[in-house]
Design a protein around this ligand. Structure first.
Ligand code: 5AD
Ligand code: SF4
Length: 425
């Protein structure tokens, strides 16, 4: 989401006549886009800001700005800790950045704009796409779910969807530039609705765009997984068989305190429906450990659910109390050490399950959209399977060329928790 937002910021500034610098040392304007979801991210940002502020010592004309959710969330505290900032802009203020940068530095006051705007979708601004076979396209912004732990509804504001016509235009342009895969983005992307167009209808519209071969979306909310979404995934071949289904906890008591809006039984029934309709589906999740009130038994319930579902992968986090959220007032009953212990145990369990699930792929064949040379080098190429698993394979240079954007069939030879080693099938 933030990468996509940064691409929007880049497009706004380019329209105003700015060009991008290759190195941070050469830039006259440095903007740091930020996340507020956990406190840890904030500490990293302050550290980075102080590093960047050093560039101002030799070049005082450099303008340094803080963008995004952290700017929105605690501008007061940040301005105290980082008084050298010239610009502070929240997620709905990017359109005004050129004026803000023009004003910055007057009277040595920072230019601050953190107004949330129910109507701002940046629908008319085509983000500066970063190149490659995959592009991320924001389909909706904001969130109305207000999970008790989460700061997103406060820093990104209310749910709003981008008109299908703008999305179709943008994705059409991407296809013309060689993009083969789009990832539709939104905080609760499957809550997408514009007039009569719901999310499954949007998926089908995007699937009609020539040149786009694969469609993914991130991040859905379990409560908004409708039968029509499952049907679209099952029947539209371009929609890839991967569903990210954040569970957060495997304990009903904690889920209720988190105000997630589903029980473990409902969640498991949904997983069963999805698997019945889309047998090849990979399922991933997000889990928080150490939410206020989480007892050892609640934590064990989470590990039980992880085993029951058998996730392909998971993002796991220690609970971080966030100001403004409903859970802020509840407290933080689990110690940092205990959160750490639970997190390590969860990561180890997921690692085991990821390996097992990936090993089960050995001997099977998958179409892989080639992205480019593998990070490990050695002439290997990398791409994703439909399930969004990384496939690494050697290309036969004597045979027909395999380039980024091609789809090749590979057979899995061996697997680790994070990638599949394959040969061309
Ligand atoms: N503490 C820890 N993790 C959080 N997430 C959201 N808010 C918090 C928080 N306060 C996690 C959730 C969400 C993911 C994007 O970040 O698991 O799904
Ligand atoms: Fe946060 Fe819940 Fe909205 Fe996801 S659905 S962004 S966890 S409030």
């Amino acid at each position: 989401m933030n990468v996509a937002d940064s691409q929007t910021v880049s497009a706004v500034l380019r329209r105003a006549g700015y060009v991008s610098a290759d190195r941070v040392e050469d830039a006259d304007v440095i903007l740091l886009n930020t996340c507020a979801i956990r406190e840890h991210a904030e500490e990293k940002v302050l550290h980075r800001l102080r590093e960047l502020a050093r560039l101002k010592q030799s070049r005082p004309e450099v303008k340094l700005g803080l963008l995004g959710c952290m700017a929105q969330h605690n501008r007061v505290a940040i301005m105290e800790k980082a008084a050298f900032l010239d610009v502070v802009a929240g997620p709905d203020s990017y359109r005004r950045l050129p004026e803000m940068l023009g004003r910055a530095g007057d009277n040595y006051n920072a230019s601050i704009d953190v107004r949330l705007d129910r109507a701002e979708t940046y629908a008319d601004i085509t983000p500066d796409y970063g190149g490659g076979v995959r592009a991320y396209v924001t389909a909706m912004r904001g969130c109305d779910k207000f999970c008790a732990f989460c700061v997103v509804p406060f820093v990104r504001g209310r749910e709003r969807s981008i008109p299908p016509s703008d999305l179709m235009r943008e994705i059409g342009e991407l296809a013309a530039r060689g993009v083969k895969e789009v990832v539709l983005l939104g905080q609760t992307v499957n809550a997408y609705r514009f007039g009569d167009t719901g999310f499954s209808a949007l998926l089908k519209m995007v699937a009609s765009i020539g040149g786009i071969e694969r469609i993914r979306f991130m991040s859905p909310h379990p409560g908004d997984v409708s039968d029509s979404l499952i049907e679209a995934m099952a029947t539209e071949p371009k929609v890839q068989p991967h569903l990210h289904l954040p569970i957060q906890s495997g304990s009903d008591r904690i889920l209720a305190a988190m105000e997630r809006g589903y029980t473990v039984a409902e969640y498991l029934a949904l997983v069963a429906r999805v698997r019945a309709a889309i047998p090849a589906v990979a399922i991933s999740t997000d889990i928080i450990v150490g939410f206020h009130g989480e007892e050892e038994s609640d934590f064990e319930a989470t590990t039980d659910v992880m085993r029951a579902v058998g996730y392909d992968s998971a993002f796991m986090f220690k609970y971080s109390v966030r100001e403004h959220t409903r859970a802020f007032r509840l407290g933080d009953s689990v110690s940092e050490e205990e959160k750490g212990r639970r997190l390590i145990a969860l990561i180890a369990l997921q690692e085991e399950m990821s390996i097992a699930r990936n090993r089960a792929m050995v001997g099977r064949e998958f179409p892989v959209l080639v992205e480019g040379p593998a990070r490990r080098g050695g002439g290997m190429m990398a791409g994703k399977t439909p399930q969004f698993k990384t496939a690494i394979f050697a290309v036969d240079t004597a045979a027909v060329g395999t380039a980024a954007g091609d789809t090749v069939n590979v057979r899995v030879d061996s697997a680790s928790s994070h990638s599949l080693m394959c040969s061309l099938a």
